[in-house]
Write a protein that binds this ligand. Structure first.
Ligand code: GDG
Length: 448
């Protein structure tokens, strides 16, 4: 096989590479560790319009991987990243057409930046490279690469859901977007539902190509080892001591409206109201690092959460007990693993999620003698593989409340049985197997 070329909106900076904060960087680590590779994308830096004309990728090679990045102008960052990708495509793909703030101008910037990516990547490519494009920021990149003469195999993986065509076609230009997908040799989606939705859309638009399912996973063995090794960590001990024997409920999510955090707070409130025996006897820690903080909808969400957490704490708290510990800055990854292991219950209740790696990380981090309980939304891509979690509808606060009560009063043997049944899939479908399966398909294309 030739060199693997990964293209994503952001290329992690060198500090992020040492401590990858989950998601794409972690998932790709394994795939990038075999043979020579190139990772191309945005640097995260913005430049003035005047500096844009003689832009060239800057390159840094570490071991076998070359990281090549380009800067975006303020207008490109705004139109491509903030507005079109995160203000239009993200809500629409998460079934929230009502939040979509469409403008034709932003679509043009989106297409222009995709062409810019293609032009800047072209001189770096070799004839035997295989190219793997990631996520909704780059739907039309395959087409843009074909337009500049690239004939290498190109694959595309969508990390987020793909909605039914009846919803997707609310996007002006949706048909053209579907036609642009024809440039890809392999298209990967997280779940059967997503593949069905995309393939239905492709069929309706008369496009021949088809999407296939490649569910993403984590690196469970190393995550489990990290969680175990962290038991005696000073900060994990600090958290444990602060619990004073009370069970810990944990939530870990980027601060994003797709994750259902306000709905979860309401569920927790209903739990305190309906099961007052738990008042003062449970601790809920919500870690929600601010994400896309310059997008209006995300600012509004943060304000809502700040208020809701404050209101619940004021109403149900006591002078020696705070119902919700809510933090909006990130926690280092190794600590996160230790916190999951300490937690008796994880609340993972997205309204829609491509997969949701937190659910898998929580399962991997558990102590096999005394595992915790996973409460999981039906609408996470992970749900079909995790039927032994307590599955809930996140829109129903009482259902979350019932699940919390059930989890906190569950016998150790039931917890063990459920965890034993959750474990095999987390160990079978991993970040490594996901990347290998996808790349294998692309290589098959290369070999004709
Ligand atoms: C997209 C799709 C799909 C979170 N807080 C902290 C932190 N994290 C880590 C988690 C996890 C990752 O971030 C989040 O991954 P998710 O899968 O839960 O969600 P998205 O970021 O929305 O990812 C999603 C994924 O792509 C992969 O295809 O599963 O559906 O939306 O690893 O642990 N990490 C650290 N500190 C934090 O405070 N270090």
């Amino acid at each position: 096989m030739g060199r693997l070329v990964v293209v994503s909106n952001r290329v992690p900076s060198s500090s992020d590479r040492q401590q990858p904060a989950g998601g794409l960087a972690v998932a790709l680590q394994d795939a990038l560790s075999h043979g020579e590779a190139l990772w191309f994308g945005w640097s995260g830096q913005q430049i003035a319009e005047a500096e844009a004309s003689n832009r060239k990728p800057s390159e840094e090679t570490v071991d076998n991987v070359t990281y090549a990045t380009i800067d975006l102008t303020h207008a490109e960052f705004d139109g491509f990243y903030q507005k079109y990708s995160n203000g239009i495509l993200w809500p629409l793909c998460h079934y929230r057409a009502g939040l979509m703030d469409y403008s034709r101008k932003d679509r043009e910037v989106y297409l222009t930046v995709n062409h810019l990516f293609a032009q800047q990547l072209r001189p770096l490519l070799r004839p035997d490279d295989i190219i793997w494009v990631h996520d909704y920021h780059l739907f039309p990149l395959g087409q843009a690469l074909r337009d500049v003469g690239i004939t290498n195999p190109i694959g595309f993986f969508l990390h987020i859901p793909f909605p039914p065509w009846s919803l997707m076609k609310a996007l002006p230009g949706a048909e053209r977007l579907m036609h642009s997908l024809e440039s890809y040799d392999v298209i990967g989606l997280q779940t059967e539902d997503d593949a069905r939705n995309m393939n239905d859309g492709l069929e309706q638009c008369g496009v021949q190509t088809r999407g296939q399912v490649f569910p993403i996973g984590i690196d469970p063995a190393s995550f489990a080892a990290q969680a175990k090794a962290c038991e005696d960590d000073f900060d994990v001990q600090r958290l444990q001591q602060s619990l004073r024997g009370r069970p810990l409920v944990i939530g870990v999510d980027r601060l994003d409206y797709s994750k259902g955090i306000p709905e979860r707070f309401h569920g927790y409130e209903a739990f305190l109201k309906r099961f007052p025996e738990h008042k003062g006897k449970v601790m809920y820690l919500q870690i929600a690092p601010v994400s896309r903080g310059t997008v209006e909808e995300y600012r509004r969400l943060k304000q809502d959460l700040d208020e809701t957490a404050g209101r619940i704490n004021g109403m149900y708290g006591d002078f020696d007990w705070t119902p919700i510990r809510y933090i909006t800055h990130p926690v280092p990854r190794h600590l996160l693993a230790g916190f999951y292991r300490l937690a008796d219950v994880a609340l993972v209740t997205p309204l829609r999620d491509g997969m949701n790696l937190v659910a898998k990380e929580y399962v991997a981090a558990q102590d096999e003698e005394d595992p915790g309980v996973l409460i999981l939304s039906h609408f996470a891509g992970a749900a079909p593989e995790m039927e032994d979690a307590l599955l809930v509808n996140p829109h129903d606060a009482d259902e979350i409340a019932d699940a919390l009560h059930k989890a906190l009063t569950m016998t150790q043997s039931e917890r063990q049985e459920r965890w034993e049944r959750l474990k095999p899939d987390v160990w079978r479908v991993t970040a490594g197997s996901w990347a290998r399966d996808f790349i294998e398909q692309l290589v098959r294309v290369e070999r004709g």
